[in-house]
Design a protein around this ligand. Structure first.
Ligand code: CU
Length: 171
């Protein structure tokens, strides 16, 4: 039955094309979430080694209108929390505390970065491998109390600049 065979071939080719299109648009969305009420920039999750149970996720969030980040979840870890890291003046000890709410003032970029605010993933189910992506859901609450969700695919890296060697400082 050559006709059916040809049809099957054709539909497989179409399916492959559709898959490519889906992947491309996902990557595009991950890189440019600017159509949303909150823009996400430079998101990355720190790669882990086997046996490591916790890691940090970093990004810059800019809300169009005053918004709060009220929740984070990921299938990669049992616990995902927004943390604040501070150096206690006495003894230079780094301390972390969970923030149930992170305020995102209108138009002001809020940086989640090592040593400051970050998303903490605990009880990781598998190590976060360099070069992979972690799916993550951010939950926002606007000034009227309405909740919205944003799905992200966060690239796993070793630093904000990835595997790129740090630019040499010339003096
Ligand atoms: Cu933390």
């Amino acid at each position: 039955m050559p006709t059916i065979e040809r049809f099957a071939m054709k539909s497989r080719a179409i399916q492959a094309l559709l898959t490519c299109a889906t992947v491309t648009s996902t990557l595009f969305l991950t890189a440019n979430v600017h159509a949303q009420a909150v823009a996400v920039k430079d998101a990355w999750a720190r790669a882990t080694v086997p046996g490591q149970m916790a890691t940090g996720v970093f990004m810059t969030l800019t809300a169009k209108d005053s918004t709060q980040l009220v929740g984070v979840s990921t299938p990669a870890a049992d616990v995902a929390e927004v943390h604040e890291m501070k150096v206690k003046s006495l003894g230079n000890v780094m301390t972390m505390r969970a923030l149930p709410i992170l305020d995102l003032p209108a138009g002001k970029p809020v940086e989640l970065r090592p040593g400051s605010y970050h998303i903490m993933l605990m009880d990781l189910k598998t190590p976060l491998a360099l070069g992979s992506n972690v799916p993550m859901t951010l939950v926002f609450k606007d000034a009227k109390g309405a909740e919205s969700r944003m799905e992200l695919k966060v690239p796993v890296n070793t630093s904000a600049n990835g595997a790129m060697p740090a630019k040499a400082h010339s003096h």
